[in-house]
Design a protein around this ligand. Structure first.
Ligand code: SF4
Length: 464
């Protein structure tokens, strides 16, 4: 009997990456419209956990109105002789992977940012209780992480209980994050890599260092160390730093070698403390985005929970699309909130003296880590609404970025030259794509597309 024969829908890696749109969903748990949502793993003593126990506080799935979003919390308690506090973050991150194994179930993000959707189809096929979802998680955790000897799950949909636990969870996340503060990347010999998000962004690899927290904000260097020890074949592994190539940009031989292998040659170099050139790749789970604003030569920051438009008129979703996918995009950089607290934060680009705008909520959270002479010079949505306002604000407050404007030499505008598009004779029956000169380089990225081909020809073109 297979492990999931009594489950009414499929469970397996083939369902990872499945998207459930609003009109297809039975119900949403958490999500951007809900303030209170969380998932939290807690390491407990052996006698505090009842192995396999599933508790539901609040209405089960049939009690949640179709098509609605709901406050939601998932508390997972684990015990085992090898289970230690440092493993909590990584076990927690696996919830994302395992829930995405379920047919018709989607899980996005982590911690206090989670968004879960159950499809109408899977609900109608019988996936209609948190008891079933708990059973799946139980079996996956026990088979994939054998060091977990006991595990129990509490699903919470009762709004006051979600809120109460959300507040507790936020304190736990803060305590975890604070652990690695004060440690330096220079004092360790190894970093940790995490390839968990490669199912969504195949060329992405997180390089987790004491001073560069994982993009999702869920895995610290300590968490990486604890996990690589108990689960050496898992997605979190050691990266020997190797020789230091550039201390300001944060480039290491060992990191480059690992990223070349793990990205199958797609990414050759990574510089950890910059958003230009060879920046750390961004999957899609990042907590925030640092985005370059050419009009003022500075960076804006935005976090996932910010619902309005940023100062350049784009919202988080749009900026996130420009950033994600495991690519290195100049000036669009996925970051965690904890990385903003690091002394290495965008070090090569000027650090905090290059940041010009950020939402007030996130500014409040990281305020104590922004240099005191800069903090009041960074605008938020409360002070400015557009780029014009931002320029005046920065000048008025004497933001250090203004000196860069003065330093920049005015460039004399050149008269536009006529551009002659190359021509290419096309075989009969072929029509050139309108608007793009035939013969010019063109990169097409297809997202969520299925391609069916009867034949594929791979031809080496010499002399190019
Ligand atoms: S964002 Fe990075 S650290 Fe977090 S799960 Fe994905 S790959 Fe791992």
């Amino acid at each position: 009997m297979s492990m999931f024969e009594d489950i009414p829908v499929g469970v397996g890696i083939i369902y990872e990456g499945e998207r459930i749109r609003g009109r297809e969903m039975q119900v949403e748990l958490g999500g951007p419209r809900e303030q209170y949502k969380f998932e939290l793993v807690q390491a407990r003593g052996m006698d505090e956990v009842e192995d396999g126990k599933i508790t539901i506080i609040g209405p089960d799935i049939p009690g949640l109105k179709q098509g609605t979003n709901n406050p939601f919390g998932l508390l997972v308690e684990v015990a085992g002789r090898e289970v230690e506090k440092d493993l909590e973050g990584v076990i927690e991150r696996r919830i994302h992977e395992y829930l995405n194994f379920i047919e018709g179930f989607m899980h996005l993000n982590q911690r206090y940012d989670i968004q879960l959707r159950l499809s109408k189809k899977s609900y109608e096929r019988g996936l209609n209780s948190f008891n079933l979802i708990g059973k799946i998680l139980y079996r996956l955790f026990k088979s994939e992480m054998p060091f977990i000897e006991k595990i129990q799950f509490t699903f919470i949909t009762d709004p006051p209980t979600v809120k109460e636990w959300y507040e507790k969870a936020m304190r736990v996340y803060e305590e975890r994050d604070a652990r690695a503060r004060g440690m330096s990347d220079d004092e360790v010999e190894v970093f940790y890599g995490c390839s968990l998000c490669q199912s969504f962004a195949p060329t992405h690899l997180c390089v987790i260092t004491p001073q560069r927290y994982a993009n999702c904000g869920a895995i610290s260097w300590f968490d990486g160390r604890a996990t690589a020890k108990v689960d050496p074949k898992g997605p979190v592994f050691e990266i020997p730093k190797g020789a230091l190539i550039d201390p300001v940009k944060g480039e290491y031989e060992g990191v480059n070698r690992t990223i070349q292998v793990k990205s199958l040659g797609e990414i050759q170099r990574v510089q950890l403390y910059t958003a230009f050139g060879y920046p750390h790749t961004s999957c899609g789970c990042f907590e925030g985005v640092a985005f370059y604003i050419p009009e003022v030569d500075g960076f804006g920051l935005v976090h996932r929970g910010f619902k309005g438009q940023t100062v350049n008129g784009l919202d988080f979703v749009t900026l996130s699309d420009l950033t994600a996918g495991g690519r290195q995009v100049d000036g669009f950089h996925g970051v965690s909130i904890e990385y903003m607290r690091s002394p290495k934060f965008l070090q090569a680009d000027g650090g905090w003296s290059r940041i010009v705008w950020m939402p007030s909520e996130i500014k409040e959270r990281v305020k104590d880590f922004i240099p005191t002479d800069i903090v009041d010079k960074i605008a938020t949505e409360k002070e400015v609404a557009n780029l014009e306002g931002l320029r005046s604000f920065l000048k008025e407050r004497g933001h250090p970025i203004v000196e860069r404007w003065i330093e920049a030499k005015p460039v004399e505008a050149e008269a536009p030259k006529e551009v002659v598009a190359p021509t290419l004779e096309l075989p009969p029956g072929m029509v050139p794509i309108q608007g793009i000169p035939a013969g010019m380089g063109l990169k097409i990225i297809l997202k969520n597309a299925k391609i069916r081909a009867e034949r594929m020809i791979i031809r080496v073109e010499r002399g190019k």
